[in-house]
Design a protein around this ligand. Structure first.
Ligand code: NAP
Length: 257
């Protein structure tokens, strides 16, 4: 006999970089799953579309502007979301930037900016949110890694940060497991968003051709969508996924790693 699923519990989630792209899809999906959502993006006005879409479909969201690489801004954002929506016990570290270049052309600031948003950002956000998770004795952290963690030309900074996030994920899973907090990573392959559009522009290839070229290498024969990643995040966050921790799930239309 199949065991009944846990009844859905409404919790407070924070999704960083959720003004657009994958983050916006994750925020919408978590709201549809019944959670209240703190939508963080660099500027508060950039959260409006995601927040309105959630609130207009019967969910509850609050938008906060914060740079995830800024410790003070992170503390203030988490405190405001806790105040307005209740203790955040779900965190999705999604905010991300690209500063691609071959090593010999990569500047110090290209390196530092990518490390700042992906690694320092995930660290600061997780440190702020774990206080609530430990107190509530329940939590979920999902970090956005990438297939680039396996190596990608022109992305020494991004690949190092995304590989670093996998080690960060496994370590937090070990440290926080005793508090009923699971920590997992999603490593997307090629997903159609502004980020991949910007890459096509940088290499001077029309986006349609860029997508076609990527799809030729993808076993399922299509590009990924933000909803594909949101579905994976939704799984990790469920009550019934409580025994899945420290994992990296490649969501890339075929095998990786
Ligand atoms: P995107 O469309 O460029 O969106 C990234 C979001 O993060 C934007 O809303 C951006 O804000 C925000 N952000 C950037 N820096 C921030 C900061 N310091 N503090 C707060 N928010 C910040 O990217 P995406 O394609 O949705 O990617 C989302 C995540 O998935 C990233 O971590 C990315 O590395 C990862 N990923 C993407 C792909 C892909 O194919 N698209 C593949 C693998 C992994 P602004 O609008 O203000 O810039």
């Amino acid at each position: 006999m199949t065991e009944a699923q846990d009844p859905p519990v409404q919790r407070t989630a924070i999704v960083t970089g959720s003004g657009r792209g994958i983050g916006a899809a994750i925020a919408a999906r978590l709201a549809a799953d019944g959670h209240r959502v703190g939508v963080i993006d660099l500027r508060e006005e950039d959260t409006a579309e995601t927040v309105e879409a959630i609130n207009n479909s019967g969910g509850k969201a609050v938008g906060v502007g914060a740079d995830v690489a800024d410790a003070g801004a992170v503390e203030a954002a988490v405190a405001r979301i806790a105040d307005e929506l209740g203790a955040p016990t779900i965190l999705v570290n999604n905010a991300g930037i690209l500063r691609d270049n071959l090593l010999f052309k990569m500047s110090d600031s290209d390196w530092d900016a990518v490390m700042g948003v992906h690694l320092r950002g995930a660290f600061l956000m997780s440190r702020a949110v774990q206080a609530h998770q430990v107190q509530e004795k329940w939590g979920r952290i999902v970090n956005l890694s990438s297939t680039s963690a396996l190596g990608n030309r022109g992305q020494a900074n991004y690949a190092a940060a995304k590989a670093g996030l996998q080690g960060f994920t496994k370590t937090l899973a070990i440290e926080l497991g005793r508090y009923n907090v699971t920590v997992n990573a999603i490593a997307p392959g090629f997903i159609e968003t502004d980020m991949t559009r910007a890459t096509a522009e940088r290499v001077g290839v029309p986006f349609d051709d860029f997508v076609k070229h990527a799809v030729a290498e993808i076993p399922v024969g299509r590009a990924g969508t933000p909803a594909d990643i949101a579905a994976a995040a939704s799984f990790f966050i469920r009550e019934e996924a409580s025994f899945v921790s420290g994992q990296v799930l490649y969501v890339a239309g075929g095998p990786r790693a």
